[in-house]
Design a binder for this molecule. Structure first.
Ligand SMILES: [Zn+2]
Length: 503
């Protein structure tokens, strides 16, 4: 009874002085627009920011002293695979502990189908983080073509995909994503992708692409994504932009010149990037012709794309003792040359997966990018940051991407001012995926916020310890509720599914 009375008294107090809010005082506010920071306070009521700057607490407000640290908009991860384990891990440790408040799934052509059900599930699970989705070309293609996907689609099949895409856009997809280096997307031709991009354009949405090649046929793949933007007349984004082959190293300026020329000609082409010289995917993606017994190709891979000591096995269901070992180490263990090991691992994984469907196959963390290219591409003003990471993945990007940019590249290497880096994690990201009330600290926007220490923030996750939590991310709010504080997740249930039409 006493508790009930106390609650009544609190409510009465709030009524007499307007709704009680929360105010974060004594912070260096970086608002996400790229403007210089200001010192002050941010006040929010419920899920929305109401005042920014020279603001005093109102009666009944909870007051949080920010201790002079930086307060920024929550980071928006435009290319995330954190969605994959979100139902099992709704507190989203890997994401919220690095300051991410919104994740965008459905990338690389893969989506949960149908999105209507995915949004219903999110509403039931109530994760600690906001989630938006693209519609994925690969999954729509599989629904239409089934196992018979290793060919061009017929006009009728493309039409069926277009209908499914329209259904997913109506359900709230941000646009169309493709994964043209993966099965089944790799078997599509440009006309198929263009036809679907036109459906996305008619819905005034957008196109985001893991392009057809990040190595051998890189320039053709860049030409394709620009052509899609020009001909379908919609914004196009290059997912996790990279130059992933030794002969491409040093060509970042050539790429930016090409993209700037396209922009000057009216194509809204942009990119996202994660801050690591190694990617995480499957061994099979290294063979675009899908001939895994082609020794010359295997040797070329090991010479020009990733060295044997740079191919670290993440997952290997056929023999889990291989996990955490490089192809170089396994070649010694198997007493064979590295090309034989590379081909053998793929052969053994496929055989195991055939005998044990759904066992998990294989994955690899492959070092194939050059640091100066990464820096140059992240400095492009139309590049936003992403993680490409997962909550339970083998690549450290799932836990470290954003603190790594802030610590390693901004503080230590000074590759860009802090305000610019924050812009590329927030307002630019929001613009690139079509979110309107997130990405800046401004009255009326949702209270997605991150408090961090710019003097100490740094990633701790590594390929050997990919789930190590970062340092310096002090507190994180999603829709006005704390999701991360004192080095621990807080089960807020405040995350939401974000449908395109509601933005
Ligand atoms: Zn990808």
């Amino acid at each position: 009874m006493r508790r009930l009375l106390a609650a009544a008294a609190l409510a009465a107090c709030a009524c007499s002085s307007g709704p009680a809010g929360t105010i974060i005082t004594n912070v260096r506010i970086i608002d996400g627009t790229g403007a210089p920071s200001i010192t002050g306070a941010v006040r929010f009521i419920g899920d929305s920011i109401v005042a920014v700057g020279d603001v005093q607490p109102a009666r009944g407000d909870s007051v949080i002293d920010g201790g002079g640290l930086v307060l920024a908009p929550g980071f928006i991860d435009t290319h995330s695979h954190h969605t994959g384990d979100l139902l099992d891990l709704p507190e989203a440790l890997g994401a919220v502990s690095q300051g991410i408040t919104t994740i965008v799934g459905g990338n690389d052509g893969g989506q949960p189908y149908p999105l209507k059900d995915a949004f219903d599930t999110l509403a039931k699970v109530q994760p600690s983080i906001n989630v938006a989705y693209y519609a994925g070309h690969g999954d729509l293609r599989s629904l239409v073509m089934g196992e018979d996907f290793k060919r061009k689609a017929t006009a009728a099949e493309v039409d069926s995909m277009a209908k499914l895409l329209q259904q997913e856009l109506d359900a709230g997809a941000l646009g169309l994503s493709t994964g043209l280096e993966y099965d089944p997307g790799i078997y599509s031709d440009r006309a198929e992708v263009l036809a679907l991009a036109k459906v996305a354009a008619a819905a005034r949405s957008r196109y985001i692409s893991h392009i057809r090649s990040e190595d051998r046929w890189f320039w053709d793949a860049i030409d394709e994504v620009i052509a899609i933007g020009r001909e379908a007349k919609l914004p196009v984004q290059i997912s996790h932009v990279k130059l992933a082959m030794v002969p491409l190293w040093g060509r970042a300026d050539s790429l930016i010149t090409l993209l700037e020329a396209a922009r000057a000609a009216g194509v809204d082409v942009t990119a996202d990037i994660y801050p690591y010289p190694y990617w995480h995917s499957t061994l099979t993606v290294l063979f675009p012709e899908r001939d895994f017994s082609d020794r010359a190709e295997a040797q070329k891979v090991l010479r020009e794309i990733a060295k044997p000591e740079g191919l670290l096995i993440g997952r290997f269901a056929a023999d889990t003792s291989y996990q955490g070992r490089t192809v170089a180490e396994l070649a010694v263990r198997r007493k064979e040359d590295p090309a034989s090991t590379l081909m053998g691992l793929i052969r053994e994984s496929i055989a195991y997966e055939d005998a044990h469907p759904g066992s998990g196959g294989e994955s690899v963390v492959a070092t194939s990018m050059d640091e100066p290219d990464i820096v140059r591409l992240m400095q492009w003003e139309h590049t936003n940051f992403c993680s490409d990471g997962a909550l339970d993945g083998a690549h450290p990007r799932g836990f470290g991407s954003f603190p790594r940019v802030l610590g390693r590249y901004v503080r230590e290497q000074r590759v860009m001012p802090l305000e610019q880096a924050i812009r590329q994690m927030t307002s630019l990201s929001a613009a690139h995926v079509g979110l309107t009330r997130r990405g800046t600290i401004a009255p009326g926007n949702y209270a997605d916020l991150v408090l961090f220490d710019p003097a100490t923030v740094i990633d701790n996750a590594t390929p050997k310890a990919p789930h190590a939590v970062s340092t310096g991310i002090v507190r994180v709010w999603v829709n006005g509720a704390t999701v991360w504080a004192d080095g621990k997740t807080v089960r807020s249930r405040s995350g939401r599914g974000l449908r395109r039409q509601e933005q």
